[in-house]
Design a protein around this ligand. Structure first.
Ligand code: 5AD
Ligand code: SF4
Length: 491
């Protein structure tokens, strides 16, 4: 399989290449030997990676520099994920690997950030003896204080969730300096309460970020050479800014900026800037958003629209707020308004009480929609969620596994078919860098988010090029350059 070097996530769920956790670093290495060094590792979704850039910014302002080498670190932070049990297990395993580091350097401080910190709170200190510091997703401004506390020999915890915190004024330190694609968080938290999901408990109530700060951040990114932003939120369709020009907070129904309007403002920052977003929610996605995607060439023709199940009763138990028919209606709206739009989804196999017939309906919905890509999971019961309290996790693991395999096989065949249909097309690609396989081959993405691999010739990262698609696998398109000049985005 060809994989691009540039990490590029398309869902709340990480790609395989991110699952092991990724050491994030600044290119500026420590200049003075007495500055404290931070090693930061991120797990989970795009939001976590984006948060890590906020954390880096806060700690760089506090005098830290970052290091790629964990052995040099004075402070090791793991930004963690709780979405499924195996995500947490992976982090616990990683912590055991730090034992020898602590032995070598007893002053080493180890901190847990993110969703697992929020879920387990101070219990983490008892369960994981190596951990000195626990900070939840809304507590990062407090990190310098927490580190001071740790410096006095205490263990420090802040897991307070906030209704206001959006880190709007913090300029994230981009951890891939010289990169071309950046995440920009537009909202935090989630109010949906899907019954399987831990996120409302780990990331708190939904709140939107000031649109001016979002547009300004995107403008700065363009000035730094970035060519793509992904606007992030747990449910971007419910983005709303309720503050008027006098700074007065309006009531719930008086929206001054909605998601469609925000998308357009970001698209107008520069025609050379590609705009992506994630994640949409089928119950909230409006035609106005679809029309914005259609009308602005630099808003990518790609929507990630998690369905979770193809059966309306399962969707009801999941508390998703829509039926199979509603979902299919939203798909029809996408096809009608943006005919060349790619669609990906998330699917859970073996949710509580899922019968064989209900599972078959997921397969039939997949056939009907023909997703370009899917992130597929076995249901994993999470403590405190509605499903844990209300339903029994009664689908045996072997059946969950078999259903997941059927879902994956169907999707792989479908992705291959969708990719084959692109053979012969000439597509505009934003070049991301060398492919995993060879320095001689470069890769990039088309607007629809397919990875395209081609012989490098003289192209450079960040350039828009045209590539003729010659071949494909189910995961990648293979092509050849048809010309190399910078070109305006296609209409
Ligand atoms: N078990 C399995 N998958 C889950 N997801 C969220 N919670 C769970 C869970 N408890 C999946 C959903 C979601 C994606 C980010 O992760 O498909 O859209
Ligand atoms: Fe992201 Fe937290 Fe959800 Fe994991 S649990 S996917 S880190 S929001």
């Amino acid at each position: 399989m060809y994989l691009c070097h540039v990490q590029h996530l398309t869902s709340q769920e990480p790609l395989e290449e991110f699952r092991q956790g990724e050491a994030l670093m600044l290119s500026q290495e420590a200049t003075a030997s007495d500055t404290k060094k931070l090693y930061l590792e991120s797990y989970g979704c795009q939001m976590n990676f984006s948060d890590s850039e906020v954390v880096a910014s806060i700690l760089v302002s506090d005098g830290y520099t970052t290091t790629r080498n964990i052995e040099d670190a004075d402070l090791v932070l793991l930004n963690t994920c709780s979405i499924r049990d195996n995500a947490e297990q992976r982090i616990r395993k990683r912590l055991t690997e730090f034992k020898s580091l602590k032995k070598q350097n007893p002053d080493l401080v180890v901190g847990i950030l993110g969703c697992m910190a929020e879920r387990l709170k101070k219990n983490l200190l008892e369960e994981e003896h190596l951990v000195d510091l626990v900070a939840g997703p809304d507590a990062y401004r407090d990190l310098p204080n927490l580190l001071n506390e740790v410096g006095t020999g205490q263990r420090a915890v802040n897991v307070l969730l906030s209704r206001e915190e959006t880190y709007a004024d913090i300029h994230p330190v981009r951890l891939d300096q010289g990169g071309i694609s950046a995440f920009v968080t537009i909202m935090r938290g989630c109010d949906n309460m899907c019954s399987f999901c831990v996120v409302p408990f780990t990331r708190g109530r939904e709140r939107s970020r000031n649109p001016q700060t979002i547009v300004e951040e995107c403008r700065n990114l363009v000035n730094q050479g970035y060519r793509e932003v992904t606007l992030l939120g747990q449910n971007v369709d419910s983005y709303r800014w309720n503050v008027n020009s006098k700074g007065e907070i309006l009531n719930e129904n008086e929206i001054t900026v909605n998601f469609a309007q925000l998308l357009i403002s970001v698209a107008k920052v520069s025609p050379e800037l590609r705009v992506r977003f994630s994640t949409s929610h089928p119950k909230d996605m409006t035609d106005e958003v679809l029309e914005a995607i259609r009308d602005y060439p630099n808003i990518c023709k790609y929507i990630h629209l998690p369905v979770q199940s193809g059966n309306s009763d399962v969707l009801y138990r999941m508390n998703r707020g829509y039926t199979r028919a509603w979902y299919l209606n939203r798909i029809a709206a996408i096809r009608r308004i943006i005919p060349n739009c790619a669609i990906s989804t998330d699917i859970i196999a073996g949710f509580c009480g899922e019968t064989e017939e209900e599972h078959q309906e997921t397969l039939s919905l997949m056939r009907e929609v023909g997703f370009d890509y899917a992130y597929m999971f076995k249901y994993s019961e999470r403590p405190k969620t509605l499903a844990e309290r209300k339903f029994e996790d009664d689908v045996p693991d072997s059946i969950k596994g078999r259903r997941l395999t059927e879902i994956i096989e169907l999707q792989t065949a479908c992705s291959l078919r969708q990719n084959q249909q692109q053979i012969g097309q000439i597509q505009e690609i934003l070049v991301e860098g060398p492919s995993r396989r060879s320095q001689e081959q470069y890769c990039g993405r088309n607007s629809q988010n397919n990875v395209v691999v081609f012989d490098r010739k003289e192209v450079v990262k960040g350039q828009y090029v045209h590539v003729k698609i010659l071949d494909c696998t189910s995961a990648t398109l293979l092509g050849e350059l048809v010309h190399f000049e910078n070109s305006a985005l296609e209409s």
